[in-house]
Structures are given as structure tokens and as C-alpha cells.
Design a protein around this ligand. Structure first.
Ligand SMILES: [Zn+2]
Length: 132
């Protein structure tokens, strides 16, 4: 293989790469515009479906307006903080009724005769265990 052949092969390969890159870019641009068209078409059909539901009385126009104007999703409330792991002397205590472990909470309750009753209450099944 002569040096000339090699350089002409290289030249051809470069041109082919360039052409392929151009085709790739064109395909990408085509995809973007197709995506936009798809989005437009979906929006249109959703608007028409909603109009149809309003005409059929299946949806309140006010609600439809509200959903139509709400272009952005409402902010999602942050999830509640995780419950603290049970601690204390009853953390590993199992409920005698439902056998849940660590659900017994220490509670003081006033009794009829004015004293305080010391109880453990299960937060799962509300089973009470009298401690005195
Ligand atoms: Zn229980």
C-alpha cells in the first residue's frame, strides 16, 4: 500500500465521518422538533378532551380553568421527619396483645380516687398495661 493510497483513504474516511456527523445532527434536530410537535398535539388533545368533559357536565369549568392555569406542579410538601426511634427502658418491650416491639409508651393517668396510675400504652393496638 503506497503512501498516496493511505492518504486518500484517510481523506475518504474523514469525509464519511463528517457526513455521518451531519446526518446525526440533522436527525437530532428532527427529533427535537418532532418532540415539540408531539407535546403540542398532546396539549391540544388534552384541551379538547377537557372541553368535551365540560360540555358533557363531567367536569366543572372552574376546576378545568384551575388545572389549565396551573402550568407548574404545586410545591410538594417535604415529607414529615422520621419518627424518633423508641428509646428508654421500654424500647425493647413487646406489647403483650399485638407483640409489637418498642410501641409501649409510658403514660400517667389520674384515677377516680385522685392518685395517678402508671400505665404502658401500646401505640399500635392501644393495649394498656398497668404498672401501678
Ligand atoms: Zn399492642
Amino acid at each position: 500500500v503506497s503512501e498516496l493510497d493511505l492518504s486518500s483513504s484517510l481523506e475518504a474516511a474523514r469525509k464519511e465521518t463528517e457526513a455521518a456527523a451531519k446526518r446525526y445532527i440533522a436527525a437530532q434536530e428532527g427529533m427535537v422538533s418532532a418532540e415539540n410537535e408531539l407535546r403540542e398535539a398532546r396539549n391540544k388533545s388534552q384541551r379538547l378532551e377537557r372541553a368535551m368533559r365540560i360540555i358533557n357536565g363531567e367536569e366543572e369549568p372552574a376546576a378545568a380553568v384551575a388545572t389549565a392555569t396551573a402550568t407548574t406542579a404545586p410545591p410538594v410538601a417535604p415529607p414529615p421527619p422520621p419518627k424518633p426511634a423508641p428509646s428508654g427502658p421500654f424500647a425493647n418491650l413487646a406489647c403483650s396483645a399485638c407483640t409489637s416491639v418498642g410501641k409501649m409508651e409510658e403514660v400517667w393517668k389520674p384515677t377516680k380516687n385522685g392518685s395517678m396510675a402508671h400505665l404502658l400504652v401500646c401505640s399500635d393496638c392501644k393495649n394498656e398495661r398497668y404498672l401501678g
